[in-house]
Design a binder for this molecule. Structure first.
Ligand code: ATP
Ligand code: MG
Length: 298
């Protein structure tokens, strides 16, 4: 299949899940079980995904060589939606030297002594690199919004009614700023249903090799499902933009989640129209001289 044809197909799959305009966005319009009518066997999905990751590896090599853009991939989701597995699969082909994953957990005392963006800013990807945020500054308008006691720990001098709108606006501006600095931002919300989350938790309880993944805190958070969905909806509404799109990725079928995420990344990187840096006359001369010197060697 020609490259353009593959790209057209990719775009067709990604389009329904891309949100670039927050106005009127409703989470309810997105079905976590959606597979675009695709009924792929595991093998076929794995094959497609392998093609996507291979493509990404090639593009990443150019991204690195060009040393101009950076790519920030943000992953947010409820527990057991498959963040870890998606990151592992989608990035499996890329060179680890050009890619960094940061997992954000509860903030430390030092983190809490600073503004809320501080710890995330320190981890932003350098030019030429791919940075993956497994959870991100969006937690500041998700878990922090759902649990008032978490906000209290941040010891803000002045917390008004508008705090969430203000925080969301700060995030949107921050993303504007980053984009203008050459950071391409893609944000993924892995949208799992409450029923599927329950099934996955049960599975963790049933399988000894999954026990380490189980945490009672996850069950507690499940109790706040409605609050989280509201917080996600508000976050997407306030920060979806063409320059920093959200992808609301159906997450009840893991193979489909991985395909859509891989496709969205390939599509975005492809749009950058990357190429290897051209070399100037002086460099050409240097290369020719090196060739002569090497050939002369015994
Ligand atoms: P996994 O469970 O797959 O290892 P995880 O991302 O759920 O991955 P955990 O250590 O289970 O990792 O959870 C991290 C916890 O840290 C989450 O409950 C999350 O809500 C919390 N957290 C992340 N950022 C913040 C923040 N800024 N303030 C308070 N809590 C946060
Ligand atoms: Mg967890």
């Amino acid at each position: 299949m020609a490259r353009q044809e593959v790209l057209d197909r990719i775009q067709k799959y990604v389009d329904p899940f891309r949100v670039t305009r927050g106005k009127g966005f409703r989470l309810k319009s997105f079905d976590p079980g959606d597979t675009c009518g695709l009924q792929l066997g595991k093998g076929e999905a794995a094959d497609l995904l392998a093609r996507g990751t291979q493509w990404l590896a090639e593009e990443q090599d150019m991204l690195y060589a060009q040393d101009c853009w950076s790519l920030l991939l943000v992953f947010q989701a409820m527990d057991a939606a498959g963040k870890d597995g998606t990151i592992k699969h989608v990035m499996s082909g890329v060179n680890p030297q050009g890619c960094q994953v940061f997992s954000f957990k509860q903030p430390s005392r030092e983190d809490l002594d600073h503004d809320f963006m501080w710890r995330y800013v320190k981890c932003l990807p350098e030019r030429g690199r791919i940075g993956i945020f497994n959870r991100s500054y969006y937690e500041e308008v998700l878990v922090v919004r759902v649990h008032p006691e978490v906000l209290k720990r941040q010891r803000l001098p002045d917390v008004g009614k508008k705090i969430w709108d203000q925080r969301l606006s700060d995030i949107a501006h921050f993303e504007d700023y980053l984009t203008r600095q050459g950071t391409v931002i893609l944000k993924f919300f892995l949208h799992v249903s409450r029923a599927e989350q329950k099934r996955r938790f049960m599975q963790r309880l049933d399988r000894p090799q999954k026990h380490w993944k189980f945490s009672s805190a996850d069950i507690r958070e499940r109790g706040f499902w409605g609050d989280y969905m509201h917080a996600f909806e508000e976050a997407i509404r306030a920060t979806a933009a063409p320059r920093a799109p959200w992808f609301v990725v159906p997450a009840d079928n893991k193979w489909f989640t991985r395909l859509i995420v891989a496709a969205a990344i390939v599509e975005a990187v492809e749009k950058l129209d990357l190429s290897y840096p051209k070399i100037d006359a002086a460099k050409k001369k240097e290369l020719a001289a090196a060739r002569v010197a090497l050939a002369r060697e015994r």
